[in-house]
Design a protein around this ligand. Sequence first.
Ligand code: PMT
Length: 310
Amino acid sequence: MADWTTYFEGSNPPEKYDENRTRIQEFVSRHSKDGRRLVLVTSGGTRVPLESRTVRFIDNFSVGTRGSVSAENFLAQGYAVIFLHRLNSLEPFTRHFSRVNFLDLLSLTTTAEGSADVQVDPQHTARLVGVLQRYQQVKETGTLLSVSFLSLSDYLYLLRAAAEAFSHIGPAAMLYLAAAVSDFYIPHNELPEHKIQSANGPLQITMQMTPKMLSPLVKEWAPQAFTVSFKLETDTSILIKKAKQALQKYSHQVVIANILETRKKTVTIVTRQEEQVLLMSDSELEAGMEIEEKIIADLVKRHEKFCQES
Ligand code: PMT
């Protein structure tokens, strides 16, 4: 496995990297001066290109539900949120309407004189008002900064930039790493430039292991921050063991362990001292409650304690 410095040496920063790094630094500096706690929420899947002028790529299942719901809950708890998300994945607030054709939210009325007026369809008003009130409050306080990425390397560059910006504010910063990060990639200098031709027969590819960025993140980029990583597995029998191994290896504060199929119903919050299972009852799910509300309420308490003890 290449180490993380070799990884960055062998890949290019994303478009508008300097501009986004400056936006992140200014956001962190402004909110830390106001005494606000900050969190970086990463969200969505990372794309791994197979060609440098990319036609084909490898991707994963993540749509950004965990990240976008969590970001809303951190905002509700008074945090300033950097939302580092996969382009076109779910985002806070707009996610509530992601499955609705926006034209269906509106109704058209025509007056006797023939002029047209557009209004919100009454059946959607209550839902829109609730979301809009929370969204406008966030806009007024300027507590949400959205930054998007597409590929694995875009994500890793921006993750490092945000973590380094956090290094100036000590324990008041939290990193909440919910993005689904690819463990495999093809180094930039090994990518074919042009579209791979099917005339050459079946495709065989060799991918390198992506260095685990949790290691430099905890040791070098943001050593004083409160870091929460996720452990995703499909095999229940190895989940908690792997979560504990991650804590031991990287020495960060929390691993949230989840299984692909049940991730919206149950997670286990694993620390060096304990394992706390969070579970949604059927009635909570039916009432539209989301597990992230419980996850964030729990983490906010742990972060508070961490800040007091640091
Ligand atoms: O978006 P949704 O559809 O709602 O799905 C949410 C989710 C299942 C993606 C989310 O809950 C989740 O589990 N995210 C982490 C997925 C993942 O990358 O798991 P992992 O076991 O491969 O990696 C564990 C941790 O190591 C992650 O926090 C990741 O940030 C980190 N990592 C991974 C690879 C790498 N090269 N470097 C890393 O630091």
